[in-house]
Design a protein around this ligand. Structure first.
Ligand SMILES: Cc1cc2nc3c(=O)[nH]c(=O)nc-3n(C[C@H](O)[C@H](O)[C@H](O)COP(=O)(O)OP(=O)(O)OC[C@H]3O[C@@H](n4cnc5c(N)ncnc54)[C@H](O)[C@@H]3O)c2cc1C
Length: 510
């Protein structure tokens, strides 16, 4: 990878160096563009490189014949919130994406017994094409490919704003530590991941800041489905911020879950990692949430021979923490992956000239619930599409800009813990309005958006709160305690844009 000398102008600037950003950068470079890859974390960061697991499950149709069934199932699981054109493009793109990874030398795990019911992806009804995308192997092969393609990297560059010239995005302003940095480019791709960073209890990485959505909104992009943030049980004891393997619910007892049909509920809950308001097993998550920050105790009755999926988790857990999960755990709800984000078309175009987006930063290919293993697929498929389109549409008009000063880093802890309180499980109008008032107070203190960091975080959070307030029902990942049922009249995605005063408004997608 080329070294940054501070004066270069690029054809394509990709912001975010998880799977989606790496794929976008490679595709743009392979189309002949001069490419920069900037990220708040290191190059190879974000949820894609979460260190607490071996890698990511990657799911696609079992065969070409399975494509239509898979599309239908994704739409059904999305409960009216996924856009059919994007879903079709995603499903058709997985097999070519897997072939490209293999060509690059990425090792993909297969399942020894793929017919075991544990290999049925979350929320799906049958086994599909399952691959294990190993983090270390992906990184080694992709690092070499980025170097060969001459991609310049800017690690530890936090996006603060986009720069426009003649109505076209032509670069971005970053904070590098507390110093400003400007990167000029003919087009920009946002691959900045989800909204995890707006919460304090989150199972994403700290560099998944959740603030780039605000930057995109301010430049005219629209968001879709942002109220659907996956909420996952994670460990608070014996260690914090570690993923709980939901398959183990099938052999578990959960403190506070006293329903007569608890065993059936736990069996059903073992079929999906994230919470859903759309199945009766939501009672399991309500019991976990009721235990508060201390977490609900989980104990196990294990079979003599553990299924493959569980054995892998138990072995990894014991190696990492020196004790088995059945020695006792406590779990609590965490914010996890985002099903919604920036609205794009099949090429990653946002509708704002010069601005593209891909990966978990975007929405529309998933709905109210997402089938497991489709987020890595999303990054691979649409990362490539966005990188290619950004290279084709790069006009190379970018010129230098005088960077603005970057004030001191603001304390975002109050915002994040209030998001935990009001915007995870059991959302209510009262709680969401209280969150809105806190955001008003933070904005009032931050006069004239002197801290772009804080202004981006409050605007992103406000976009989520606006969509969560507007959706007065419970559906998939979105649960309103004051509207616990699904309302058929609200079976349309909500789109968020800024009004003329710069405040987010949510309205059903036309
Ligand atoms: C523990 C865990 C397990 C998971 N398991 C699976 C699975 O098995 N299968 C599956 O499909 N999905 C899974 N997911 C979800 C999946 O990992 C992510 O959705 C996917 O990797 C997102 O890729 P991405 O490239 O879009 O974003 P990320 O990998 O999150 O990368 C985001 C990038 O953007 C950068 N960034 C963020 N904000 C800014 C900013 N303001 N300025 C500059 N840079 C910024 C970050 O530094 C990072 O480089 C899992 C997620 C987690 C956390």
């Amino acid at each position: 990878m080329a070294r940054y000398d501070g004066n270069e102008v690029f054809d394509v600037l990709v912001v975010g160096a998880g799977i989606a950003g790496c794929e976008a950068a490679l595709a743009a470079a392979e189309s002949g563009a001069r490419v920069a890859l900037a990220s708040a974390g290191e190059t190879f960061s974000g949820s894609s490189f979460f260190p607490g697991t071996w890698g990511l499950g990657l799911v696609g149709p079992a065969s070409e014949k399975d494509e239509e069934d898979f599309v239908e199932t994704i739409l059904e699981v999305g409960r009216g919130m996924a856009l059919p054109g994007l879903v079709r493009a995603l499903v058709r793109g997985v097999a070519p994406a897997v072939a490209r990874l293999e060509e690059r030398g990425v090792e993909l795990r297969g399942a020894a017994r793929p017919e075991e019911r544990d290999f049925i992806p979350c929320f799906d009804r049958k086994c599909r094409g399952w691959h294990g995308l190993e983090r270390a192997s992906y990184r080694t092969a992709t690092e070499a490919a980025l170097r060969r393609a001459g991609v310049t990297t800017f690690p530890r560059h936090e996006l603060l704003d986009l720069v426009e010239q003649d109505g076209r995005v032509c670069g971005a302003l970053f904070a590098r530590g507390d110093c400003p940095a400007y990167v000029a480019a003919g087009s920009v791709v946002l691959a900045t991941g989800g909204f995890g960073g707006l919460f304090s209890r989150t199972l994403t990485m700290p560099d998944v800041l959740g603030t780039a959505a605000a930057v995109a909104l301010r430049h005219g992009a629209r968001l879709i489905n942002v109220e659907f943030i996956q909420i996952m049980p994670g460990l608070v004891e014996p260690v914090r911020d570690v993923v709980f393997n939901e398959r183990t619910f099938r052999y578990a007892r959960v403190e506070g879950l006293d329903a007569p049909d608890a065993a059936e509920l736990l069996d059903e809950r073992g079929g999906h990692g994230p919470f859903t308001a759309s199945l009766p097993d939501r009672a399991v998550d309500f019991a976990i949430a009721a235990a508060g920050a201390r977490g609900a105790a989980v104990t196990y009755d294990l079979p003599e021979k553990l299924p493959e999926f569980m054995q892998t988790y138990f072995d990894w857990f014991e190696g990492a923490f020196g004790r088995r999960p059945d020695a006792g755990l406590r779990i609590a709800p965490y914010a996890h992956a985002s099903n919604g984000g920036i609205l794009v078309d099949e090429t990653g175009a946002t509708g704002v000239p010069g601005l593209f987006a891909c990966g978990e930063a975007t929405g529309g290919m998933h709905g109210a619930d997402r089938i497991g293993g489709l987020s890595s697929a999303n990054g691979l498929v649409f990362g490539r599409a966005a990188g290619r389109a950004a290279a084709q549409q790069s006009t190379g008009v970018a010129k230098g800009q005088s960077p603005r000063n970057i004030p001191e880093r603001e304390d975002l802890l109050a915002l994040r813990s209030a998001m935990d309180k009001h915007c995870l499980l059991g959302r209510t109008a009262e709680g969401l309005e209280a969150m809105g008032r806190l955001l008003d107070e933070l904005d009032e203190k931050n006069t004239q958006a002197a801290s772009l960091r804080l202004a981006n975080a409050t605007l992103s959070a406000r976009a989520l709160v606006t969509a969560m307030l507007a959706r007065t029902e419970s559906r998939g990942a979105h649960h309103r305690a004051d509207f616990p049922d699904e309302d058929p009249a609200q079976a349309r995605p909500l789109m968020v844009r800024l009004d003329t005063d710069g405040r987010p408004v949510a309205e059903p997608l036309a």
